[in-house]
Design a protein around this ligand. Sequence first.
Ligand code: CP3
Length: 355
Amino acid sequence: MNNFYKKGSFALMNKKVLKVINGEKLSPPPIWMMRQAGRYLPEYRHVREAAGNFLNLCYTPILAAEATLQPMRRFNLDAAILFSDILLVPHALGRDLRFEENHGPIMTPLTASDIRKLDITHAIERLSAPFETIERVKAKLNDETTLIGFSGAPWTVATYMIAGHATFNQAPARLFSYSHPKAMKSLLECLADVSADYLLKQISAGVDAIQIFDSLAYFLDETSFEAMCIQPMQRMVKRIKQIHPKIPIIGFPRGAGIFYKDYAKKTGITALGLDCSVPLFFAKQLQKDLPVQGNLDPIRLAAGGDALDCGIDAILNSLGNGPLIFNLGHGIIPSTPIRHIEQMIKRVQENKINT
Ligand code: CP3
């Protein structure tokens, strides 16, 4: 099992999420929620309106810090996640980006010849707002709460850049990768390097751990999964660990199915984020090698009642005897009632598994 923080080394050991990432089993397990800052909270809708639009919110540290802290005030969560977006990286590389109501992100589709025009030199300075957000949030958190920074993984970010919007099966990016393999490789390498440098700056600004979202890691064949997901992640993790060898890195290759095994073994990450399609018997096998995080279906959370309780209990019964960070298997959906979140946190925190 991993051993990032040598026993008793720092105050960091008050942080339950870090303890689990360090290989400890905690009962009850720590809990946070992907997309815990967002539209299901009335106070988020208010701050977003004040910002004018979503991107302004990401680029205004005082407001982004407020959005980060909102769920921490309402709920007894063990981690805060920086409020930002994975698409700030392509934006910083000079690609246009806007978020349209009910359509999600829109960008001009990237062509092979656009790749050498990506503005690597100025990218990190354009990403300075999140560093200030981190400093502001850090100043407000107690020493038991873990602050998580994040970026997208190269493949997921590339799918948005190439298609110009969200896609169901990533067909434009897959087609691009087969038609222009060299261009694809250099795009993924560029994203890996810039994203690693961006995460290194988040670490310097004060995050305790980082999560790398490969949210669209499904629909890839074996060869492509290796080339598009594993190799760029290896490159990114190596670059981060050269500077910060002990920083905990949670990898989240959503939808990777059986490839989760390879991903866990080869990328160098320290904990594994599981999506809700990962069967719990398989999750238990993965947990023998790495701490796991997940994997409640966010639709169960939206439904509440027995559906929610059953989903929670199944995860706790299967994974509660090993290092587990309780989380959703993907982001919370905007229509989720707040009382369901309270029900979930209560049930997880009252559950004790003593074996
Ligand atoms: O988790 C958090 O609370 C931190 C903030 C966060 C956001 N996006 C805020 C956000 C994080 C970690 C992300 C990551 C992100 N962004 C991912 C990976 C995780 C995932 O959910 O798969 C992806 C693929 C994106 C790209 C993105 N951003 C899409 C596709 C959309 C539109 C879909 C949607 O949910 O609206 C966004 C917008 C976005 N990012 C919102 C928020 C709160 C909603 C914007 C709004 O206020 O309207």
